[in-house]
Design a protein around this ligand. Structure first.
Ligand SMILES: NC(=O)c1ccc[n+]([C@@H]2O[C@H](COP(=O)([O-])OP(=O)(O)OC[C@H]3O[C@@H](n4cnc5c(N)ncnc54)[C@H](OP(=O)(O)O)[C@@H]3O)[C@@H](O)[C@H]2O)c1
Length: 347
């Protein structure tokens, strides 16, 4: 009887006709800017499904800045980490039925056999109903970056109506949302980004001012002009000289959210003025955060951002690269500023 059950199970599973997954592994430790030699494409046989498991096929794979520093903690040969939006192809888990669109922290791989109850953290979840919006948004505005902007700005910075919010990395997945949420909350929003086209896009989104940090000769002077009443909230995605200038312009009781320091992910840390003296006299609050802090409120952030999209208050953009073979290229391009909004790969 058991044998019969097993045969039926394995037939049903191989009925999906997917027996081998492709995956990108971290072949060589990063030094400086990532290049193609850091990655290797491999194949992996997939096991037959057991009770409690499901088989998922990647539809969109996320490429994010955090992968650059995080992978340094992994040995060479490890699977590249990351989130993906996938479709359930086969299932022995009633919570993940065939056909469901889900988010999973499955890494850079085409197919995954997963038993959610065996995962200590990073549990997969079925995406909420996005209506007519693409499921890829589950990697961006309706996923981790969206929640980073939502909780990072509202919980860490607590912006008040009329205050000035400055955000660096402003034309990216997180930054573009931070400025828009600041506007929704009645603040003045100033963005700092790496091209004139990105700055124009930020103004189109409703940012009051945008500064191109690559072409300015004096980021401090430009910021002072863009924030004539000083800065109440600085949402920092980049660190380094840009942050040095912003911190010097902070108002009394200003709040600084340290979300990321991408300016030093590929290089050594820039030497900047010690901000502690300013922090004392301006009585500033500076707080680093990681978005997983709000795991227990994950759906709240997604649904709030979804509602703002539906009300026309929050706009999103994606830079979509086609093809699983191009995941490393999309990652490297994103680190160089090739993306506007969220960088994703359509598998
Ligand atoms: N704390 C958390 O939980 C959390 C969660 C998500 C993201 N993050 C952090 O938030 C930041 C933004 O992430 P994201 O996912 O929204 O990525 P993203 O902004 O969509 O993409 C990265 C962008 O960083 C900019 N960049 C690259 N090198 C830079 C440099 N040397 N100086 C300044 N900007 C540079 C590029 O834009 P330009 O053309 O403007 O240079 C690039 O497009 C990153 O630091 C990331 O690590 C933190």
């Amino acid at each position: 009887m058991n044998m019969l059950k097993q045969i039926i199970a394995s037939r049903r599973y191989y009925g999906s006709s997917v027996q081998v997954a492709q995956k990108w592994v971290y072949a060589k430790a990063f030094q400086g800017e990532p290049n193609q030699h850091n990655f290797k494409l491999e194949k992996e046989d997939l096991p037959a499904l057991k009770d409690g498991e499901f088989l998922a096929e990647a539809k969109y794979i996320s490429v994010d800045p955090y992968m650059r520093p995080y992978m340094m903690a992994y040995p060479e040969g490890s699977l590249m980490i990351g989130g993906q939006v996938c479709k359930v192809l086969d299932s022995k888990n009633a919570s993940f039925p065939v056909g469901a669109s889900i988010f999973g922290q499955f890494g850079w791989r085409t197919h995954t056999v997963c038993n959610p109850s065996k995962q200590q953290s990073d549990k997969p979840y079925v995406l909420p109903d996005f209506g007519s919006l693409p499921t890829s948004l589950g990697l961006g505005v309706l996923g981790m970056p969206g929640n980073t902007a939502y909780f990072g700005l509202l919980e860490v910075c607590k912006p008040k109506k009329g205050e000035t919010v400055v955000v660096s990395g402003a034309a990216g997945a997180v930054g573009s949302l931070v400025g828009q949420i600041a506007k929704i909350k009645g603040c003045r929003a100033v963005g700092i980004a790496g091209s004139d086209a990105k700055c124009q896009w930020l103004r189109n989104l409703g940012f009051d001012e945008a500064i191109n940090y690559k072409t300015t000769s004096n980021i401090f002077a430009d910021l002072k002009k863009a924030a004539p009443d000083g800065i109440d909230v600085y949402f920092d995605n980049v660190g380094g000289r840009t942050s040095e200038a912003a911190i010097k312009l902070m108002n009394l009781y200003g709040r600084i959210a340290v979300c990321g320091t991408i300016s030093n992910y590929n290089t050594s840390i820039e030497k900047v003025t010690d901000p502690l003296r300013i922090m004392v006299f301006k009585q500033l609050k500076m707080e680093g955060f990681v978005v997983w802090r709000w795991n227990d409120r994950w759906l709240e952030g997604i649904m709030a951002n979804l509602q703002w999209i539906q009300e026309g208050k929050l706009k999103w953009q994606e830079t979509v690269t086609e093809g699983f073979e191009n995941v490393p290229g999309a990652f490297m391009d994103m680190l160089k500023g090739g993306n506007t909004g969220k960088a994703v790969v359509k598998v």
